[in-house]
Ligand binder design. Structure first.
Ligand code: FRU
Length: 506
């Protein structure tokens, strides 16, 4: 099977992992010399992405205000970091096709979280050192202030399920060029004192007072599942090249959980929050961390995004203290010269009862053009179509008082053609969209719905009262699309509906 024909992310990716090393060895070695250095690999990858860019960038379904690779396949956001006035984001990139394949690290940066600049590929596998892929990880600064990327190194011909190492690279002052550390592997399996960790990957560094820790994902029981864990390590030197295994930070409490990819562990207010991507919808846990025992005790949990197309999120703390998150938007059709983008940056906070709250960062308002607005619309069971601005890149705000309505239905309908409308259904207790159902804990007396909806050609992101989010790949709307609002029995009042055409981030 060619990489280009592999299905986009879904649970089917797992069997691919098993086959991956063999496939990678064949396809990759036929293209690259076995002695290729990382710099040579970057040059070859850059040429491949450049050649694919005209086709990818002329595709009318390709998002314009979500971070995306110039062309080809991309997945997880990696190493989000703020440094010297810029927000940097890296991402998993397969530069040689728009299907899954050996991973590199792409790179973008922004001064304001609204406009972004594509940068040269940051990290490539060092075939000359037996490395086939550079998988997900983080970016931090060591005790000397040197920028460091920590990532999972996949060796040529080895299965990532059973063999992985955590490597580091040191960056220049602009975070543009990276040199692999001479101390690699900085973490190897031997650290686990004989305990086998499967799918061991995705280093995430966090600090507690003066101590530096790393979390990694994996599982302890590959054959049967049910022992998905986040392991924890503590740095033993300021260079961050020596680490000590401190055990299992947290075991995912679901018997069926197969693994815990891309752990993120950070303090939010007075609590600690853990994100894990378990080959399914991304989970969050909120609780307490004891740095002495290195154990996390979770009190509440939930889903980061109830949509079918959001995975492997990664967070960044910015200088004003805010914690932001980006996820990988996946599930696009194959064969367009591009596949995958990142979600919009979301600002994280916690409610009093330990539920995660997410809202699009306020900086995104810079991307708005002149809005169309409606006020005080009475909504009933019969549809009420509103003509949207003639574009398929939109932000929509709706401020709705549910009054006597049992529920509300919003349908985005294309002007022509027979495309099925994109429908969002809400009640005080439920949020429903195709492939995305979530219970909403709206207070019974609270009848107000605050909706923010972003439509970026084939990406839909919905935020409901900052408590429920859903990301979904859709067919782009055409010009002349309408938004139809109706209740499911009873009356509601749309106090204000606004629709802004959105500018590109590039
Ligand atoms: C998540 C993931 C990570 C891994 C990377 C490889 O989507 O599987 O666990 O490091 O993708 O691209």
């Amino acid at each position: 099977m060619a990489f280009g024909t592999l299905p986009a992310f879904n649970r089917m990716r797992f069997p691919f992992r098993v086959l991956a090393p063999t496939l990678i060895a064949f396809s990759f070695v036929s293209l690259a010399s076995p002695a290729e250095t990382a710099n040579e690999a970057i040059a070859r990858a850059t040429a491949a992405v450049r050649a694919a860019a005209p086709r990818a960038q002329s595709d009318p379904a390709r998002p314009i205000f979500h971070v995306i690779a110039p062309a080809q396949w991309m997945n997880d956001p990696n190493g989000p970091v703020y440094y010297r006035g810029c927000y940097h984001l890296f991402y998993q990139l397969h530069p040689f096709s728009d299907g899954n394949g050996p991973k590199y690290w792409g790179h973008v940066r922004s001064r304001d979280l609204a406009k972004w600049e594509p940068l040269p590929i940051a990290l490539a596998p060092s075939l000359d050192a037996g490395e086939a892929e550079v998988w997900s990880g983080c970016c931090t600064f060591n005790g000397q202030g040197k920028p460091m990327i920590f990532y999972t190194s996949i060796a040529l011909g080895k299965s990532p399920q059973t063999h992985a190492e955590q490597w580091a690279a040191i960056g220049d002052d602009d975070l543009l060029t990276w040199r692999k550390c001479s101390a690699n592997p900085v973490l190897s399996e031997a650290l686990h004192d004989g305990k086998k960790v499967y799918d061991w990957r995705d280093p995430f560094i966090f600090r507690d007072r003066t101590r530096t820790f790393m979390a990694t994902g994996g599982n302890l029981n590959e054959a049967k599942g049910g022992q998905a864990v986040v392991n924890i390590y503590e740095a033993q030197n300021p260079d961050l090249t020596q680490w000590k295994y401190r055990g299992v930070l947290f075991q995912i409490p679901d018997p069926g959980a197969r693994t815990a990819e891309c752990p993120n562990f950070f303090k939010l207010g007075a609590r600690w929050v853990l994100f894990v991507s378990p080959y399914g919808k991304v989970q969050y846990f909120v609780g307490d961390f004891d740095p002495e025992t290195c154990r996390f005790r979770a009190q509440t949990r939930g889903l980061l995004d109830s949509g079918p197309n959001f995975y492997a999120p990664n967070t960044m703390q910015v200088p004003d203290g805010r914690r932001l998150v980006w996820g990988w938007v996946n599930g696009f059709p194959d064969g367009r010269g591009w596949n995958g983008c990142l979600s919009l940056p979301r600002l994280l906070s916690l409610s009093r009862d330990g539920q995660l709250r997410q809202s699009p960062v306020p900086e995104l308002t810079k991307l708005r053009r002149k809005p169309v607005e409606w006020r005080d619309l009475r909504l009933e069971p019969g549809g009420r179509p509103l003509s949207l601005p003639k574009t398929n890149t939109l932000e929509i705000h709706a401020d709705i008082d549910l009054e006597t309505a049992e529920g509300l239905v919003l349908a985005f309908k294309s002007g022509a053609g027979d495309a099925r409308p994109v429908t969002i259904e809400l009640s005080p207790s439920e949020f429903k969209m195709k492939d995305a159902d979530l219970s909403l804990a709206l207070d019974k007396s609270e009848r107000n719905l605050g909706l923010r909806i972003f439509i970026d050609r084939s990406v839909l992101e919905v935020f409901v009262n900052e408590t429920a989010c859903a990301t979904k790949v859709i067919s782009p709307l055409d010009a002349g699309a309408t938004l139809e609002l109706q209740t499911r029995g009873g009356i509601a009042q749309a106090k204000q509906v606004q629709a802004w055409p959105m500018k590109t981030i590039w």
